[in-house]
Each structure stands twice: as C-alpha cells, then as structure tokens.
Design a protein around this ligand. Sequence first.
Ligand code: CDP
Ligand code: MG
Length: 682
Amino acid sequence: MPHDPDLPPAKKFKPGSVFFRLEKNKPGMLLPRKGNVTTPIEVQRKQLPIYHARTRLVNELRQLHNAIVIGETGSGKTTQIPQYLFEAGIGRQGLIAITQPRRVAAISLAARVSEEKRTQLGKLVGYTVRFEDVTSPETKLKFMTDGMLLREAIGDPMLLRYTVVVLDEAHERTVHTDVLFGVVKSAQRRRRELNKIPLKVIVMSATMDVDLFSEYFNKSPVLYLEGRQHPIQIYYTKQPQSDYLQAALVSVFQIHQEAPQSHDILVFMTGQEEIEALARTCRDIAKHLPDSCGPMVVIPLYASLPPAQQLRVFQPAPKGCRKVILATNIAETSVTISGIKYVIDTGMVKAKRFNPGESGLEVLAVQRVSKAQAWQRAGRAGREDAGFCYRLYTEQEFDNLIPTTVPEIQRCNLAGVMLQLMALGIPDVMNFDFMSKPSPEAVRSAVEHLELLGAVERKDAQVLLTALGKRMASFPLEPRYAKTILLSADFSCSEEILSIVSLLSVDTVLFNPSARRDEVLAARKKFTSSEGDHMTLLNIYRAFKKVGGNKEWCRENFVNSRNMGLVKDVQAQLREICLKLNLKLESCGADTGNVRRCLAHGMFINAAELQPDGSYLALDTHQAVAIHPSSVLFQAKPAYVVFNELLHTSRCYMRDLCLVDADWLLDAAPEYFGRKLHLTRS
Ligand code: CDP
Ligand code: MG
C-alpha cells in the first residue's frame, strides 16, 4: 500500500482500499490550486473536465427531451451545463431552471455562474430560495431550491416560464426532488399534448445507479462525463469508536501536527450544534499548540449558516495557515471546496426517520451513512491531487453499512407533500407517479394527519382539499405551522405566532458556548418563561426588537444576531402571505395565554402527557419520549406539553416545548382525543 512520504499513517488507523483513478492527469489540466487565485475565470472554465465534452454534450442535449448526465462532483456539471445551453441558444424562449436540494448550493452556484458570466447577481443569473428571491426580468439562468420550483408549480403546473429544467443532485433524493420528478414529468407530457413549447428535462447527478432514473424518465439516455479522481487512501479505525466527536478531534490534531501546512482538512459531522462545539474546541486547542504546528483556521459549514458565512469555505486560507472545515453532508456533493487533502468521516449523518406503523411521528435521528455516502465523502479528498480519508469506524462497520440511502420520500412524514400535491391540482394523490413509491401506510397516515388538521376531507372514497387546506398550502411551511398561523387570528395573537413560527424556521437563534455555560444561564434567566421554550424564544425576540437588533446586546445575551436578522425576514414574508389571505394581524400583548392556546390547537398532534413515573408519552403514537435537556421545562415537568420535533439520540427527545392544558387539547380535537386517548376533562 503506497503511503504519502509526508505523512506516516496515524497509529490508530490501518490502511484500507484505494480509490481508483478514472482518468490520468493531463499536464495543464489541473484545477487551479489553492493560493493560485489569479487564474482568470475564463481559463478556469476551460480547465474543467467537462469542457472537453462541450460540443458533443450540447449537440446531444439540443436533440433530447430527457437526458441524464452523470459525472463526479467537481467535473463542472452544475456551473457549466446551464451556461453551455444558454450560449448555444437552447431554450432561449424561456428560462433555464437549475434546482438544488439546498439553499447554500443554489446561492453559491448562482454567485459563481454570474461571476463567470461577468454579470451582476440577479440579472442574467439569479436565484430563488425560500424567503429570498434574487432574480429580475432579465434572468435567464435561475438557480433555485427544488422546494421553490415546486411552489411555483402550484400557480403554474405546466411550468410555462421554463424551457429547460435541470434537476440537479438527483441522487440526493430529497422529498422535494422526488415530488418534482413527478411534477416535471407531468408538465412535460401536458405541454406536448397541448402543443406548447416543449420542456426539456435534464437530470444531473454524481455517480450513481441510473437504471431507475432512466426507466422513470421515458427511458432517457444517460450521458457519462469522464471525471477526474485521484487516488485516495482510506484508513479505518482498528476499534469501533464510542465517541465519534472525540475521535474527530483527535484525528484533526494528529493530521495538523503531521501533515504539510498547505493541506486542508474536511470533517463530516451531523449538525450545527456539534459543529459549533467542535469548532470552539479546535480553536481553543490550536491556541496552545507549539509554534512548530502552524496556525489553523476552523470554518463551519451547515445549511442554516447565513450565506455570507457559507461563502467563507470557498476562500483560500491565509498563506501558511491550515483550513479545517467542519461540515454536514452538505459538503458531500452540493458544494465543491478546493484544497482538500484530508477527509475525516465520522460515518454519521442527521436524517429524518419515519415509521408510520409503530410511531406516526417523524424523527430526526443521528444515524450511520450509507456506503454510497461514505464513498462520496472520501471522494472529496481527491479532487485536485491524491488524498486521504480517515473513516472513524472499522472496516467491518463499513461493510455493514446499507449500500445506498433510502429516498427521503420513504422515510418522512408525507403530510406536507400530500398537501402540496393536492394544491397542485393532482387529481389522484394516492396514486401519484412517484419514482419510488412511499408505502401505503405512510400515505394513509399522511392523509389522516391532514384530515385531523382539517386540510382535507373524504368524499366518496376521494380525498379532497378543503378551503382551509387551500389556505394552508399558501405557506411554505409544514402543515401544522400553517394551520397554527391561520388559527392565530381567532386567538388574536397572529403577531406572536408569526414571530414564533419564524423563530422555529431558522435553525437556532441561541448561542450556547459550552465553556461559558454559567454566563449563558445567567443571561438566559431574564427571558426564561415557565410556560416553555416557545414563550422563552418569544421573550428573547421581543427584547431583541426593543433594542433594535443591537449587536452588543446580542453578544451579551448569547443571541445569534445573524439568525435573528433572518427571523425578521422570514416574518416579513409570512406576514405578506397573511395579508394576501386577509388574515387579521393582531398582537395579544402581555396576555400570552392565548398564544399557548393557539399552539395547542395547531400542534395537538405533537402532544405529550406526563406519566406517574415521571416519563412522557406522546399521545398520538403512545411512544415513550423525554424532555430534551436544553428545554426550559426540563426540570419543571408539566402534565401536558406540545412539542416541535423529536430528536432520537440515546433516547427519543422532544425539543422546543410549550406548556398546555389538557382542556385545550380536548377543545382542539375532541373526537380525536376522546376516542384515541381517553383524555378527560379536568
Ligand atoms: O456540478 P459539479 O459537481 O460537476 O461541478 P460544479 O459545481 O460545476 O463545479 C465545478 C468547479 O467550479 C469546482 O470544482 C470549482 O472549482 C468551481 N466552483 C467554484 O469555484 N465556486 C462555486 N461556488 C462552485 C464551483
Ligand atoms: Mg453539481
């Protein structure tokens, strides 16, 4: 097994297999290396592997109505193909949409492509993501999240503004991508039937098994791009690791001490909280290392990071300084970061899990990645040169991973999807043309969920959208949040509910540095409400607005001022939707009882009851759950709560709780609680 002479493999790792090379390096074809930022952008475009296939690719794509394009991450698919189409005059009668599963990718790609075209972002090249639209009448290349294109389809089911839709990152199989597959396919067919301008559909992806896709998209041809992948040496741990965070920390510093300073490290982790925590630990330790070690800059990367912060990962580190990027699976394929030589793969990912049979509630769980994901992660180290991947699990654990990730549509609560499909006017949602069908139980449970919320009703074996359901579909939110907002007018507390829903729509507005725990607790105390986390958040938000978003105040109170700024934007947009729906917008002032009543009415499906032994039972599914230690109600243990989400780690935790009365739950859904849960009035 060849070793990099610069780096003796760390003692606890043993060498494993080697990633193979798809194409030999050709001199002069290397991507711009780190630090070499002076390469003009036109030259950079020509250095991409895809450039050599340009003419053939354009000729093929001109003729085809459906095409699947497969190529390694970084080969230039996303940034170049839309430009090639545009430059060749393909689809000039309309817009070219390029969908992305993630906001950060849509934004950074639009920025990159507009830079390549030397235009201002939002002119020729723009983007649309939830709560943000940077496009203009001049826009021809539009990067957008798949969720946004789906929303546009509600008003325009044939997607008539577009002549080309590029469904990118198809292998990710997010629930929105999967629904879009069906929506786009049907739009294409209807346009053909009605003799409209044809819609070209291009599905793009990193390496994957394409048969399913090709079959689904009318036996569409597959165009393979030759990639450039350098050998990657894989290391496994000798022993299973009980604490992957600790293992990641050790690995980062082992590499930092041994590898040349110019080599950057990318660590795959599961979410914002642990990324921020590890980032702080790394920075602390780095300060105390001997001078021989050289400086290190630690950069977090996760979906909810504000765009400006996300863009930091693309900037080269200062000379002589090592860049350590701590990322979620966002860095698997969505974004290409140059300069990465080392990948550390914890083997874990936070993803949705849903089992309609035993627990009807969707759970966010930290779980093992699939083999396909592990290979994608490893591949990030070999973009520009040979690289290394440290897997923080044993080779046997790798062998036991599932081969590919189950599509999200088969493991999430489908209520939101069903509502959207119905709002799209799909006649028979139960038999929608999904590429991978969700189980009948999952569909049934979603319809039940919507029925409980009053969004749909059954008539002669048909499921129909109600007037309320139609209004709910106007919001780019989960059905229960939409319902809560609509209800808030009846409780005269729309302003408060809008604030709360907006606060819950961004990742977290609180900053909890573990090293300053006592200070955090002291600062938080002023806002803590015995009525729960929603009310605590509302108190913080009210105080934030009172001081006019003052940055100093945010720092003193451990509040994330950027995310708070985002909350304001989200709220403004939700308010606009409310105004369109003629919803009365009022504030309940100090009388916050109504806010909790409203939350109970909107979120009653997520209610839990205290048991005599001090544990909790989720009332919908009779599943044992516990209050997350981060909740302000952790000690208080009220009799009844509603919660926002379940997080499965060592136990099933409820996060973001609100204290409610049993009576309110009964009022919200008398039949449901009476029949199912034997809840009685106090
Ligand atoms: O889609 P694919 O993974 O095949 O590649 P891409 O996203 O089109 O990226 C091609 C190259 O463009 C990357 O390797 C980067 O060098 C560059 N790029 C960039 O500098 N900044 C971005 N935001 C996106 C891409
Ligand atoms: Mg791409």
